[in-house]
Design a protein. Sequence first.
Length: 313
Amino acid sequence: MSLTYNTLNALTREDVIKKVYDNIFNATPVLKWFKKNQRTGYSGTKLQVPVRYARNTNTGWYSGADLFLTNDIETHTKAEVTWKDIYTSVVITGDDKDQNKGKNAVVNLLEEKLETARESLSYELTKGIFSDGTGTSNKQLTGLKAAVDDGTNTATYAGIERLTDATWWKAKYIALNDYISWAAMQAMYGDLTDGEIRPDLIVTTQDVWDDIWEILTPVQRDDSNKLAGSYGYRSINFNGTPIVVDAQCPAGEMYFLNSKFIKLYPMAGYENFKWTGWKQPTNQDVAVGQFIWKGNLLATNCRYLGRVVSITT
């Protein structure tokens, strides 16, 4: 088997590409969580999502012929961020074609190229999730560093200023300056809980996670092991919420997330990565194709998100 364009197209059939797509988002618990909870169907020049910041005060008790309140109450505004694009190129050179003949050699080469592409995209996408959107000349995702903030680092988020009285747009942000403890985590968890609203994912570093594991009782460790089996990654159970590790989480930090109020928004048509197919440049002896994704991350109610920084390890 020689490595022709027909061979490349045959080997990168739809099911092979889909496996690459799936494995990009399955690489880390954070990517998997955002993929599971993503919101689709958005397009336009920018990602624009309505956000509610006040209750409807045209509400109340009445009797008989009491008049109803019908005031024009402003309860929503608009959060907007620009679309962000990410890609990786898969390149097969003329030398690759000449040096890899026979079915096994061709398949092995292509599998290695696709796996490298998958790892590279998972790595860069996760970096973007933990960014503030200013990296790579403002081309990275508008990530957790910007969304989960009280104005200390990001004064304006998604076009809305975090003013003194805009508590609904400020995340809970605490500089611990100490080792992590159950008390510190419970304080944050409690601040982000309102009836049925509560964090459903907590993300931190391996060092912080290891310190938490050390303070678990044997029963708590057993519960966490059971949770890990159902969640798909090793995690610690805290109030029924998994605490997971991500290598891209900044040192000494912990994020408390709620999937109702922070999501990944792929641009319409980019619910998964797109494969461009193989192309041949006119001035190079290569075959090249790209995996491309467009979208952004956006929080719609920052006050139910939390971030602990300056955790001693």
